[in-house]
Design a binder for this molecule. Structure first.
Ligand SMILES: Nc1ncnc2c1ncn2[C@@H]1O[C@H](COP(=O)(O)OP(=O)(O)O)[C@@H](O)[C@H]1O
Ligand SMILES: [Mg+2]
Length: 441
């Protein structure tokens, strides 16, 4: 059981940050002195990743969510981090079901043996907030039963308070930038993830949005058995999207999967304005023949139609490499810079998509990082970004995760070609409610 004490959690996290940071600083000093530190850096990556893993497993809650994100960034992070931390996307050490049974009984009003014809007491997966068991209903349907860890809500509340403190401290040091966007975004969405009735609604809505597609499925919710902390969905077998050998064995082509992912997220964001905002590899499975399974709609994001059109306009402006149009599109979305002038916004557009388009890359890589690390500080100093709209954070996060998956799939997709069908005729109608069909696309 994770420690709930706010100060213990805070200190443990702070101490880890200090240790990891100091380890890297020390190596930097040694390499400046002319020592060969290549092997030492490798060891430091591994040591740090292991330490972060151990702490996340001990603390659970938000630290696991952070690690799931880090573990999906194979495009920009050393292999050791990806190898070690990606385990937390679906293989967090599970709890004995006995510890969860009383809660399940309370939530569903009946004991597990009564509700299900069969119930596998050994979980098939476990992640940040819950673990998942395979079961069979009395009518024969195979299902996945997602059970929330009983004390996780309290743990997450504590982490949010610590996070708020941390961001406020950062805001004191960096007075130029409005950090409250991060707090607003995290405080709005994390509590929603703890409500599985909300997740069930999101899943059903996305199922309706994607109903016309045969290359993607969202498991159906079993509405008659469900509560805030227990979610039952149709069981959908598949291999993790980054399991290259598994993909090949299932007859799926990694290149095609990478293209399909970009296509799918373009449709969700640009057509429906409603998208899966946490597509780390634990939440995407691939079935024989290459059909995608999208899981875990705890974090799904909803754009109003003007914001969605704004994103489409931005993409078009970046594609046409028109600095003034890029600046305008960013400002229309709610971005603000200290002074007039489009230089910093144009560079941001280049980092977000332009560079990838013009260099035929479909994910970030070391060369790209180097390029922007060299250019960004100067440009931002001249005319800093002082405000970014909180809604855009989810798009940044999603494109980061997709970039990481793209790297792991090891293929290059023509992003321009993938985006084009979704830009030709920007939609004007809002997303249908769950019951309606998605044919407006
Ligand atoms: N309907 C399902 N069919 C098959 N496997 C599932 C299903 N739902 C969840 N899983 C497995 O359980 C894991 C955790 O479920 P998920 O909904 O992602 O929980 P969390 O919110 O804790 O990340 C997934 O990574 C997947 O491996
Ligand atoms: Mg998940």
């Amino acid at each position: 059981m994770p420690t709930r004490s706010p100060s213990r959690r805070f200190l443990a996290q702070g101490w880890l940050v200090v240790r990891v940071y100091a380890g890297y600083k020390w190596l930097q000093v040694r390499s400046r002195l002319g020592r060969d530190t290549t092997a030492a850096f490798e060891r430091q990556h591994r040591r740090s990743a292991d330490a972060i893993y151990r702490l996340a497993v001990r603390l659970e809650g938000l630290p696991i969510k952070v690690c799931q994100f880090i573990g999906s960034r194979a495009d920009v992070l050393p292999d050791a981090y990806v190898e070690v931390l990606s385990k937390l996307q679906d293989r967090v050490p599970p709890r004995p079901i006995e510890d969860l049974e009383p809660m399940v009984r309370g939530e569903l009003g009946r004991p597990i043996e009564e509700i299900f014809a069969e119930f596998d007491r050994k979980p098939i997966a476990s992640a940040s907030l819950a673990q998942v068991h395979r079961a069979r209903l009395h009518d024969g349907r195979e299902v996945a039963v997602k059970i929330q860890y009983p004390e996780i809500a309290e743990v997450v509340r504590t982490d949010l308070a610590n996070f708020r403190f941390f961001v406020r401290a950062l805001a004191l040091l960096e007075r130029n930038f409005d950090f409250s966007v991060f707090i607003r975004e995290v405080e709005k969405y994390v509590p929603l993830e703890l409500d599985f009735l909300h997740e069930a609604k999101n899943s059903e809505r996305m199922r309706a949005c994607l109903a016309a597609r045969t290359d993607v499925m969202v498991p159906a919710v079993v509405p008659e058995i469900g509560a805030r902390r227990v979610l039952v969905t149709e069981f959908a077998p598949g291999v993790r999207v980054t399991d290259i050998e598994g993909l090949r064995a299932a007859g799926a082509d990694p290149e095609e999967i990478a293209r399909l992912l970009i296509d799918l997220f373009s449709e969700m964001i640009l057509v429906h304005g409603f998208f899966h905002a946490d597509p780390h590899p634990g939440n995407i499975l691939v079935q024989p023949g290459g059909r995608l399974v999208l899981l875990d709609f705890g974090l799904a994001k909803d754009f109003d139609s003007s914001f969605r059109t704004g994103i489409a306009n931005l993409v078009v402006a970046i594609m046409s490499n028109d600095k003034t149009a890029i600046g305008k599109a960013f400002r229309d979305l709610g971005f603000r810079t200290r002074k007039e002038g489009d230089e910093s916004l144009a560079l941001l557009g280049e980092a977000f998509l332009g560079w990838a388009l013009r260099n035929q890359r479909s994910y970030a890589d070391a060369e790209m990082l180097e390029h922007f690390n060299a250019a960004l500080p100067d440009v931002m100093k001249k005319n800093p970004l002082v405000e970014i709209p909180s809604d855009i954070l989810a798009v940044g996060r999603v494109s980061g995760i997709l970039s990481g998956i793209g790297k792991q799939l090891g293929t290059h997709v023509d992003i321009g070609a993938a985006l084009l069908p979704y830009l030709a005729a920007p939609p004007t109608k809002p997303t249908p409610p769950p019951a309606a069909s998605a044919s407006e696309a």
